[in-house]
Design a protein. Structure first.
Length: 391
């Protein structure tokens, strides 16, 4: 479990991201299985072709038509479910399905009526909602009329076609909404970063504006006094040194305040990061940090950030448990942070720069760090004093 800023992400995903493109072979397999399992309704047409009751020409034509139908269906669903409606692609592929489904059913028999289920699914998954509300009933009526050719009485399939179609309308809407929420989250994060930059700029301006103006003024005075009143000029130079030192202290305090992470914010960020990465997360709520020194809280926040980064980037974990507890030891009260995952622990067992720097940071705060593989995964435990020294 190491931190390497230059290493590419090797973490496999354990779920397909809703409404997003495929990134690796695993996601392709998962999505193929999820879509392919619904091809069970094609068993009837396949059995019909294999039964031998059709002529050779009809069997070959049926096989080619079925292959074209499945290809068009899979292409349509793979590429366009939940995405923005692209009329040329979607309507072209839907036209293929809308022609082949009644044509094959009318020519080869009622065993092919299941093709209308796929036509309904494709309409619900890829068309805009208003268009799908017309297309799905139209597919149902077409199936009923074609079924009359073979004296097929209305049965549960006549209800199944619109139900599955309208269910896919809901799935498509859910995926599109998820995509919009992801975009909105990214926009909010970008705006928050911009706001933080503006706030830092304002604070630095307020801190340095007065000090730099005073330094400029006293420098001008010292320059004018230098030829005739060197003693007064020396006092002005001393004042300049004092003001500049104070300005430097103010800037350091301001920057340190901005850089110091807060444990509550890191816990909330850990929940979001793990969930977004497809890791089942259990993270404590708002912690009780009464009496905990700022240096200890900051050190634990850095430890949590480092641990979650490694879980997301390197571990390949499916689950992650974060625990925070106060404990009483012979040396006094401590605050203990534990991050445990079921992943591989990253590459190798040698601590990387991230963990090494984290260990030094914790030692500076009077704490300790333990990071090691366990039976099923990896555990990082950071401990810091829960009360100021001497209390």
């Amino acid at each position: 479990m190491t931190e390497d800023q230059q290493a590419p992400e090797r973490r496999p995903e354990h779920q397909v991201r809703i409404g997003q493109g495929l990134r690796n072979r695993r996601e392709l397999v998962v999505k193929t299985l999820w879509i392919g399992i619904w091809l069970v309704f094609l068993s009837s047409p396949v059995k019909d072709l294999a039964s031998g009751r059709h002529t050779t020409v009809a069997t070959v034509a049926g096989a080619l038509g079925l292959a074209a139908f499945v290809t068009a269906y899979l292409t349509l669903v793979f590429r366009n479910i939940g995405r923005r409606f692209t009329p040329r692609v979607v309507l072209s592929l839907l036209a293929v399905l809308a022609v082949l489904a009644p044509l094959l059913t009318y020519g080869l028999g009622d065993a092919w009526l299941g093709l209308f289920i796929y036509l309904s699914v494709a309409c619900g998954a890829t068309l805009p909602v208003r268009a799908a509300f017309w297309a799905i009933p139209a597919a149902t009526v077409t199936m009923y009329l074609v079924g009359l050719r073979w004296d097929v009485k209305p049965d549960e399939s006549l209800l199944l076609v619109p139900l599955i179609g309208f269910a896919m309308v809901g799935v498509g809407q859910l995926i599109r909404t998820t995509v919009e929420l992801q975009k909105a989250r990214a926009t909010v994060a970008h705006l928050a970063a911009n706001e933080e930059r503006l706030r830092l700029a304002r604070d630095l301006h307020d801190l340095l504006g007065h000090s730099l103006s005073l330094i400029t003024l006293k420098s001008e005075l010292a320059g004018r006094m230098l030829p005739d009143h060197p003693d007064k000029a020396a006092r002005q130079v001393a004042d300049i040194e004092q003001v500049s030192r104070q300005a430097l202290v103010d800037v350091r305090e301001a920057v340190t305040g901005y850089r110091r992470p807060r444990l509550a914010a890191e816990l909330a960020g850990a929940q979001v990061a793990l969930t977004a990465a497809g890791v089942a997360a259990e993270v404590p709520a708002e912690p009780d940090l009464t009496g905990v020194p700022e240096q200890s809280e900051s050190a634990l926040a850095w430890a949590l950030r480092e641990a979650i980064t490694n879980v997301v980037r390197h571990s390949g974990a499916e689950k992650c448990l974060v625990q925070l507890a106060r404990r009483q030891t012979l040396d006094g009260a401590i605050l203990e942070l534990s991050v445990e995952d079921d992943g591989s622990g990253g590459a190798g067992g040698i601590p990387g720069n991230g963990l090494t720097g984290l260990m030094e940071r914790l030692e500076k705060a009077g704490g300790t760090l333990e990071a090691a593989r366990i039976k099923r995964g990896f555990r990082l435990v950071a401990r810091v004093p829960a009360a100021p020294a001497g209390t």
